[in-house]
Design a protein around this ligand. Structure first.
Ligand SMILES: [Zn+2]
Length: 255
C-alpha cells in the first residue's frame, strides 16, 4: 500500500472527477491521502474530504503562497479550527516559506505563529520550503516542536537533509525526483535512511517527468515509488512498506 502524503484533492481542479481520481489511485495501490489546507476558506472542503468514505486525512494551515488572501483574523480562525476539529486533523499545514514570493517578513511571521500553534496542539507540521532550507530549519529548531513533521517537496543538499532528519522531520519526495537532470536531489535520495522520507504528488501541481503540462494526480505516487526504488536499488514493494510506515509514524495514522 502507498500513501500520497501531500495532495490538494480539495482544489477545484478535481471537482469534475474527484471520485474517479481516487479510484484510479486505489487501482495503483495508492489507498490513503493526506490533504493539507491552504487558506481559511479551504478548511470546510478539507474537513468534508476527511469525512468522505475514502481514506483521506486532513491538515489545517495557512500557505505562504496565498499570503494576500489571509486576512487579519486568519490565524485566529486557524486556532479556533484546530481547537474545534482536534480529533479530525492529523497535522498543521501547509505552512512555510517560499523565497520566490514577496513579503518575506510577513511570511516568516505567519510561519512562526503556526509553528507555535503546532507546539500548543502537539501536532506535526507539513512544511512548504522553497530556497530557504537553512532558515526554515533554524525556525523549526527554535520552535521546539513536540512532533516533527514533513518537509514537503524537499529540494536541498545532503547536509540540509540530515539537519531536517535530526529535527524529527521526514522529507517528502515527489515529481522532482523523476527528472534525470535533478542529479543532486537524486543523489540525496539514494543515500537517505529508510525511515527518512515519504512519497507525495502535490496534485494537481508538480507534474512528473513525462507528464509536463498535465494535471498531476495521486495515482502517480506509484511512479514516484518506482523512481525512488531505482535510485536506491530497492523495489516498489520495499519502498511502499517503509514510506507507509513513515507516514503512519509521523502523522500517527491508523491505516
Ligand atoms: Zn502543497
Amino acid at each position: 500500500m502507498l500513501i500520497d502524503s501531500h495532495c490538494h484533492l480539495d482544489f477545484a481542479d478535481f471537482t469534475p472527477d474527484r471520485e474517479a481520481v481516487i479510484a484510479r489511485a486505489e487501482q495503483e495501490d495508492v489507498s490513503a491521502f493526506v490533504v493539507p489546507a491552504t487558506t481559511v476558506a479551504s478548511f470546510p472542503a478539507v474537513l468534508a474530504l476527511v469525512d468522505s468514505p475514502a481514506r483521506i486525512f486532513g491538515a489545517l494551515g495557512l500557505h505562504p503562497y496565498f499570503l494576500s488572501e489571509h486576512g487579519d483574523d486568519a490565524l485566529a480562525a486557524l486556532h479556533q479550527a484546530l481547537d474545534q476539529h482536534a480529533g479530525q486533523v492529523v497535522a498543521l499545514g501547509e505552512c512555510g516559506f517560499d523565497a520566490r514570493l514577496a513579503d518575506h517578513d510577513a511570511q516568516w511571521q505567519l510561519f512562526e505563529v503556526q509553528l507555535s500553534m503546532a507546539r500548543e496542539f502537539s501536532l506535526p507540521v507539513i512544511v512548504h520550503c522553497v530556497r530557504a532550507n537553512d532558515e526554515v530549519a533554524k525556525r523549526i529548531k527554535q520552535a521546539r516542536l513536540t512532533r516533527g513533521g514533513i518537509i514537503h517537496a524537499f529540494a536541498g543538499s545532503q547536509v540540509q537533509a540530515e539537519r531536517f532528519l535530526e529535527l524529527g522531520f521526514v522529507l517528502g519526495l515527489g515529481g522532482s525526483v523523476t527528472y534525470p537532470r535533478a542529479n543532486k536531489l537524486r543523489g540525496v535520495v539514494a543515500s537517505l535512511p529508510d525511515d527518512g522520507f515519504v512519497l507525495e504528488t502535490d496534485s494537481p501541481d508538480m507534474p512528473l517527468c513525462g507528464f509536463q503540462g498535465q494535471r498531476n494526480e495521486p495515482s502517480r505516487v506509484a511512479k514516484v515509488a518506482d523512481v525512488v526504488a531505482e535510485l536506491r536499488a530497492s523495489s516498489r514493494h520495499d519502498i511502499a512498506l517503509s514510506t507507509t510506515t513513515n507516514v503512519q509514524r509521523i502523522l500517527q495514522l491508523n491505516v
